[in-house]
Ligand binder design. Sequence first.
Ligand SMILES: [Zn+2]
Length: 224
Amino acid sequence: MELTPHYETTITCIYCKEDFPTAKLRSKFVRVKKHESDFQPVYVNPDVNGIYYNVFVCEHCGFSFTEDFSRYFVPGTEQVIQSQIVERFVRRSYNGERTVFQALEAYKLALVCGNLKKEKNVVLAGLAMRIAWLYRSLDNEGQELRFMKMSRDYYINAYTTGDYSSTQMSEFRVLYMIGELSRRIGDNEEATRSFSRILEQQSTCLEPQIITMTKEQWLIMREE
Ligand SMILES: [Zn+2]
């Protein structure tokens, strides 16, 4: 039997606790050619796009989430999710292969659910950034800019509140994302502030790649 890039797995909804099937990609088919300066992965085969399947959309209640969502619901948020999401959900499944448009829809649902759930800013930033990447792949610059700005603002909140501290994101990486997304949306003042902050403390940074990337983007900004 020929192995396909997709396979089906079962996920338990973190909201209604029901099981549902969802497609995932076999990691050996997901080959990254390079990363853009905001860490967007560029795939060898654009049809096997790793980020299309990060969001799980529960076919029972409509709640949409990623592996980064915490299982904990802040008191009061479940009632809001019930009235805003579950009671309005038209039952449908996002299982199976996704087009870029279905992936976009799934990410937007997760962004709405994450907001209602009061998920960490750093998680919401990651969702908005992936939406921007999907629009980039469609050459829709207006929407790409809109979601990069949204992502940048969530990263600023993440930095201010420190809510990234229990995640894989380091302070330097959060600052870099603020700087690079600001540069991309043309907010050179904020980009300069964040990049300077990184370079001032570079001797304490354990991620040499971030320092190199900061210097590169700083130069690009100055040349522009
Ligand atoms: Zn559910």
